[in-house]
Design a binder for this molecule. Structure first.
Ligand SMILES: [Fe+2]
Length: 205
């Protein structure tokens, strides 16, 4: 089935684009390649929405795997990387309740689509001397959002509800120079796996 989509209303790439609707995760990753090269975040968002609502999608997703605790004892969920290149990273991200993961940025656009449970997003805004908490949003099953390249967020999942989501990044998320923020002081640091582990906190809600 095809999706006809108004790409942009102005600019050199304006016009109607017709895309095949992906039915599996592999088809979605393939469709994202050219869309990542043309920075078409809205088209990826539309395709992701179609994908996670397609009846064949669930069987194409890696199963929720055994959970290994981090060096500091946190069990976050896990990342199943489906594709990683300079222009695109696609992963299935599992989030387990009980842990408030630290605020961080991506330095690239991202699209998130939740296909199971609920992924809580806490957003932060840059201020003159750091960052400050901003509005949050709970992404329920079926929700898809586009995050701008300057977005700073912290994720968690509500008590008793694990979350599974497709995260699409418009670049190599593992190779990017990114920031992470101390959960209490909100001081900015260079992102590292060690700091991510160190900055997790129990989610006591
Ligand atoms: Fe993130």
């Amino acid at each position: 089935m095809a999706l006809s989509y108004d790409r942009w209303t102005t600019g050199p790439n304006a016009g109607r684009l017709t895309l095949d609707i992906p039915e599996t995760l592999d088809e979605f990753v393939e469709a994202c390649g050219p869309l990542a090269r043309s920075h078409d975040h809205a088209a990826v968002s539309r395709l992701l929405e179609e994908l996670i609502n397609h009846p064949d999608f669930a069987s194409s997703v890696p199963p929720f795997g055994p959970q290994e605790a981090s060096p500091r004892g946190w069990t976050l969920g896990g990342e199943h990387v489906c594709h990683q290149s300079d222009e695109l990273t696609v992963m299935v991200l599992d989030t387990l309740p009980g842990v408030l993961q630290p605020p961080h940025d991506h330095e690239m656009h991202a699209v998130i689509g939740v296909f199971e449970g609920c992924e809580d997003q806490r957003f932060f805004a840059r201020t003159a001397d750091g960052i400050a908490p901003a509005a949050g949003r709970s992404l329920e099953t079926g929700d898809v959002v586009v995050l701008g390249e300057r977005t700073i967020h912290a994720i968690s999942s509500p008590e008793g509800r694990r979350a599974r989501a497709i995260h699409v990044y418009f670049g190599d998320i593992y190779g990017a120079d990114r920031s992470i923020f101390h959960p209490d002081s909100l001081e900015e640091f260079e992102m590292s796996e060690t700091r991510y582990d160190e900055f997790c906190r129990p989610d006591s809600r």
